[in-house]
Structures are given as C-alpha cells and as structure tokens.
Design a protein around this ligand. Structure first.
Ligand code: NOJ
Length: 465
C-alpha cells in the first residue's frame, strides 16, 4: 500500500520526452510509446509536468483550464490510455497540480464576480517575484494591483477564499477519479499569503541559499502556517481513495526541520522535495551533512519517507552541475541517489547522464532561462535523437555520444548501472548508518549492504554481505 516508501519516481518533462506527431513537441501518445523504456528501467511511478491547458508563458505552470488537456499534448482519452498503459506495466502516474496561481487568461481571472479569488491590493508591498522584480502588477480595469509570485501572467489565487478551496477539491477529485496515483504539488509551501500582506524583511546571507537570489526573506508571501491546513485538507481527500493517493510537494526551504514539517504528523504531504540536498555542493562533507540532518529532522515516525533528487526542469542537471560531465562522478551520484533510504526522483535523462545543453539566444523559449535543462530526450543517435520527426522545439544536445539506444546495448553503461541500482534499491532494507571512511570518502550501511562513495578516486563501491 505504501509503495512510495522505497519508490523511484521518474519526472517526465512532457514537451521534451517523445513526440508522436512530428510537431517538434513531446506529447502523451509519445510518452505512452516510451513506457517500455521506463518499465525496463524499473521505475515505480512517473510525475508528468503540467498537461493541462495553458498559454505556455511558463510552459504549463500558467493554467487556463484545470480540467482540460493542452491540445498539443493530446486529449483526456490519452490521459486515460496513459494511466492504463502505465498501470499494465506496474507504473503509476502522478500529475502536476498548480494551485498557487493560474494563468491571467484563466476565465476566473477575467470574471468580475470572481475578483475575490485572487490577491489584490491598493498599494503594492515590497514582495518580489520568484522570477525577479516586484510581485505586483497594476490592473487598469480593476484599478488595483494583483499579486504574482511568478510571472505577471501568473496571478496568485487567494487561498483564504473558501470558494477557491472548494474548487480545488473538485479539481483533485476529477483527476483522482480518472485513476491518477496522486499529484506533484507546485509551490506547495506558498498557497496562503499573509492576511495583512506585510512587507518581507531583508535577506540575511543564509536566506540566499538557492541558485536564484531573492534579496529578501520570504516570510509573509510564502511558508505561512495556514498553508499546512490546505495540505491537510488534500491529504484527507487523497487518503479517502482506494488505494490511497500520494501527494509529493514542491517545497523549497533551507532548514531540515522546516522541510520535515511539511510531512505534518503523517497528515500532510507524503513526500517533500529536498532542495537543500539538490543544491548541496558535490563533496562528501556537505552532502552527508544534509542527508544526516534531513534524516534526523524526519526521525523514525512511520510516515517519514525522505526524498532525494539531483535534477529537475528548473535548475542545471546534476551531471553538469555536480559532475561537470565526468561519468565517473555521474556513477557516484546515481549510486548515492539510489541507495539512500526513502524515495528518489530521477529526471528524464538522468539515467544516461544527460547534461545541460547550451541554447543560443535566438532559440531560448523560457522567460527565465531554464531551457538548457529542458532540451529533448536522447533516445538514439539518429537524426533528432529519435525524439521527433520534425524540428525539435529546443535544440538537441550531443545525442550521438549519449543516448538510450547505445547505452542499452552496452552493459557497462550508465543506463545499465541505473537499472541495476534500482533493482538493488528494491532489496535494500534498514536505516542509514554512517561508517568511518577515509578523507574524500562517504561510507554508509543499509542493513547488510555497504556503500562507499569515494569522491577522490572517483568511484562508487557497493559490498553486499
Ligand atoms: C515550480 C515549477 O517547477 C516551475 O517550473 C514554475 O515556473 C514555478 N513553480 C511556478 O509555477
């Protein structure tokens, strides 16, 4: 029942995974056609980035209809097929839920009778958007300012409003009734805003721990205690399904105790992203410190399922950021990700060590420059990497030297390593126990298995007693 305790979740960036109709953009039939790869790899679940209708200012994270599928990706029947086809292979499907904000083209934002569904002010406070600049935009038709914690085309919903909460209950149930295994919740730490819209204090050095500096401590625009009430409300919905559904929240906090708080008492999120881990520098001291502090903060409560990830669609991929393209380091990173206790997310391409792809200015599509980590999947060394028969929406990386088909033929490849590690992960039992190791080495035990990550060699060694 608690399949996620030891799960490997695989993040599919749908636009860049597989294109079935040669329009250069990945889609649901394309994803379905590649499920055998994921079944062979042995993943438990996929998390699909948003597939709902969107003007794509923030590529799906600006939703204009929560119950409709973005036509370029397919139809609702394709989602049903995906759930069924994945299910036949033992793979569950999680969808991305974007509750913090909508698109400015969502009918709710254009409906005068729903003004109170959004956050308005007569005087902007000092809040800055996660993407830089003021988080407020003047709406001439309304004569007031609306809040946008991301792009100005992404107005924030007012989560104090009970109608908004009730509407999202319906949205959750719509997809859960369709058979999805749960959601990855976007900005799960941010829905409710300070009731009085108080100014944020200036940032201290420890507030600037993410790759995108904020300039202020996010206190009143994010991380409000009342957001936990919303998570508990959704947990009750998820738990009422059979089998129970899973909530994986995108939470971006520095302190392990704050991170652990999003699990509640087993009554909030089932899995919480650990960005302190993702942003740690790739050396044994900082990595082991984050891991040990995270495990200590979570304790051994029955709901305590830590989550580890090195890449996603928002930040430089780990083979580039952590490993500088050195496959020996990529082996080490994969071994770490897949032998730590709990669940792990692999981002599409991690299994072959895909790196960031430099994207020339004229081909950039993302307003804040995240294209290098979003380029199409390398299925083969053929033209367009087997991703599309058309012109890919973003340029391809060096798919001739790194692709699924070649690595599948090579038993010594990263792909085979990943598959073997996923199999090992399923057998691993027992808590993380730190072992003494030489300098540059991180050794730990899980039951009778010892993992040695030697960052100096560099090499990863696994000894099964
Ligand atoms: C986090 C998502 O992963 C990112 O892609 C998006 O831009 C922001 N949330 C805003 O929705």
């Amino acid at each position: 029942m608690t399949w996620w305790r030891n799960a490997v979740l695989y993040q599919v960036y749908v636009r860049s995974f597989a294109d079935s109709n040669d329009d250069g953009v990945g889609d649901l039939p394309g994803l379905i056609s590649r499920l055998d790869h994921l079944a062979w790899l042995g993943v438990d679940a996929i998390w699909c980035t948003p597939i709902t209708a969107s003007p794509d200012r923030d590529f799906g994270y600006d939703v204009s209809d929560y119950l409709a599928v973005q036509p370029i990706f397919g139809t609702l029947d394709d989602v049903r097929d995906l759930v069924a086809e994945a299910g036949r292979r033992g793979i569950r499907v999680l969808l991305d839920l974007v509750p913090n904000h909508t698109s400015d083209r969502h009918p709710w934002f254009r409906d005068p009778s729903r003004r109170s569904w959004y956050v308005w002010s007569d005087r902007p406070n000092n809040w800055v958007s996660g993407f830089g600049g003021s988080a407020w935009e003047y709406h001439p038709g309304v004569g007031r300012w609306y809040l946008h914690n991301f792009l100005k085309e992404q107005p924030d919903l007012d989560w104090w409003n009970e109608e908004v909460r009730a509407e999202f209950d319906r949205i959750l149930r719509f997809w859960l009734d369709l058979g999805v295994a749960g959601f990855r919740v976007d900005v799960a730490d941010g829905m409710v805003k300070d009731r009085w819209l108080r100014d944020n204090p200036p940032a201290s050095p420890e507030d600037e721990w993410t790759p995108r500096p904020r300039g202020q401590r996010f206190v009143f625009n994010r991380y409000r205690p009342e957001t936990h009430e919303v998570l508990r409300r959704w947990r009750r919905i998820a738990d009422a399904y059979r089998p129970p559904r899973v909530l994986l929240g995108e939470v971006m906090v520095r302190e392990p105790e704050e991170w652990a708080a999003y699990y509640g008492h087993g009554d909030e999120l089932h899995l919480v992203t650990n960005f302190r881990f993702q942003f740690a520098s790739f050396e044994p001291v900082s990595l082991s410190e984050v891991v040990e502090a995270s495990l200590a903060a979570l304790g051994d409560a029955p709901w305590a399922v830590p989550l580890w990830h090195g890449s996603n669609h928002d930040f430089s991929r780990f083979p580039t950021r952590w490993c500088h393209g050195d496959d020996r380091l990529v082996r080490l990173a994969l071994t770490m990700l897949l032998t730590l206790p709990g669940a792990c997310i692999l981002y599409q391409g991690d299994e072959i060590g895909m790196e960031d792809v430099p994207v020339p200015p004229e081909r950039r599509r993302d307003p804040v420059g995240r294209d290098p980590e979003r380029t199409p999947m390398h299925w083969s060394g053929a033209v367009n990497a087997g991703f599309t028969g058309g012109e890919p929406w973003l340029p391809l990386g060096d798919h001739r030297s790194r692709n699924v088909a070649d690595q599948r033929r090579d038993p010594g490849s990263l792909l085979h390593l990943t598959r073997g590690l996923i199999r090992l992960k399923k057998r691993l039992r027992g808590p993380y126990e730190r072992q003494p190791g030489g300098s540059g080495c991180w050794r730990y035990r899980r039951g009778s298995t010892t993992v040695e990550l030697d960052f100096e060699a560099p090499a990863a060694r696994i000894a099964e007693a």
